[in-house]
Design a binder for this molecule. Structure first.
Ligand code: 8OZ
Length: 357
């Protein structure tokens, strides 16, 4: 029987099991976005996942929106990540990097004084995490259409950096209210040019980015993450089912390694709209990776029913570096300490015990 412990190939990525470590922001790189030795240990400890997706990683200086994020656009960052991919590969694991531009979810103090950019000049509700604490968001600057090829070029550059750093592939972050999602959903995209209005127009930037990244990395090394109903970061859309069914069908043209779907709202945001994820899944011709609040039983059920080809686990992988072995043995799980999720030291990062510690 096919279950979480069965091998699978997502594009060219051959996984020894179907449990994926979801992308998790941890804010423990340095001010230059260079991964540090504790980051190497953290990922190496979790190499028994079938696949690790790294924490969301800015593709450019303008892509940053929180303190101490790693980047993937300078030589020093590539060298830092290479130590991580080498350590994970030495343990037999696979690792892809999540490519990120935050758009309006940022603050000038994180952008060398620049105004954050977005499809439209709509300030998000809520507060930005900065080096001096929580501060009100500012109104973002609406990107001019002439600037969009430069953003696509930043994704291409980051993809080249990722391949040089030894990653098995890249995941395009088009979820959770960041730049590409801001273009997709009509609560944040009020443009009147060819990047706004119709679903086809709102999806144009994601398709251009995906096409360009696939041209560099090969379609079998590229995944895309979507979050159709996640209200996090003050997001909404007037018809998410129509939008994300259409985006799924458009992405079929690329033969992606996988489509990764956040099937609800994160950070206790709940689900703003009813949504039929099975309908979207049935439209998807690439492997489908399901995410959000799955446990072992629901993960196995999703694979047995054909809903998912792989299942991504977030918080359980924070607290259990050996989550795969614990699921295999039905062993108890360590509890995650949410106070140490975002920033801090090795505590709550690389000190969660293994089963046989
Ligand atoms: C929580 C805190 C900071 C960033 C996402 C990258 O939601 C994130 C994120 C989540 O995709």
């Amino acid at each position: 029987m096919t279950d979480l412990f069965s091998p699978v190939k997502l594009g060219s990525i051959a996984m020894s099991n179907r449990m994926v470590m979801a992308p998790l922001t941890r804010n423990r790189s340095n001010m230059e976005g260079v991964p540090q030795p504790i980051n190497v240990t953290y990922y190496e400890q979790r190499a028994s996942a079938g696949l690790i997706i790294t924490e969301a990683t800015p593709i450019s200086a303008m892509g940053h929106g929180y303190p101490l994020l790693p980047g993937i656009y300078t030589d020093a960052q590539v060298a830092g990540w290479k130590k991580i991919t080498d350590a994970v590969h030495a343990k037999g694991g696979k690792i892809v990097i999540q490519l990120w531009h935050v758009g309006r979810i940022s603050h000038p103090s994180l952008l060398n004084g620049a105004q954050p950019v977005a499809p439209s000049g709509i300030k998000p509700a809520g507060k930005a995490f900065t080096y001096t604490g929580l501060v009100d968001y500012v109104e973002p600057r609406a990107l001019d259409a002439t600037e969009l090829p430069g953003i696509v070029a930043d994704y291409v550059h980051a993809t080249k950096c990722a391949l040089a750093a030894g990653f098995d592939g890249v995941e395009i972050h088009s979820a959770n209210g960041y730049l590409l999602d801001q273009f997709l959903r009509d609560g944040t995209n009020k443009r009147t040019d060819s990047y706004g209005g119709s679903i086809e127009n709102r999806a144009r930037l994601l398709m251009e980015v995906t096409k360009a990244v696939v041209a560099v990395a090969g379609s079998d090394k590229v995944g895309v993450r979507l979050s159709p109903v996640n209200p996090f970061n003050d997001m909404k859309d007037s018809n998410p089912q129509a939008l994300f069914n259409d985006v799924t069908e458009q992405l079929n043209q690329f033969n992606l390694a996988y489509l990764h779907v956040v099937e609800g709202g994160i950070h206790g945001g709940g689900v703003a709209d009813p949504f039929d994820f099975d309908a979207m899944r049935k439209l998807c011709k690439s492997p489908y990776m399901a995410n959000l609040s799955y446990d072992k039983a629901r993960g196995n059920a999703a694979i047995a029913s054909g809903h998912a080809d792989a299942v991504a686990y977030g918080v359980p992988f924070i607290a259990n570096p050996d989550l795969v072995e614990r699921f295999r043995q039905d062993a108890p799980l360590n509890e995650a300490d949410s106070k140490s999720f975002y920033g801090g030291t090795e505590k709550g990062y690389i000190d969660y015990p293994f089963l046989n510690a």
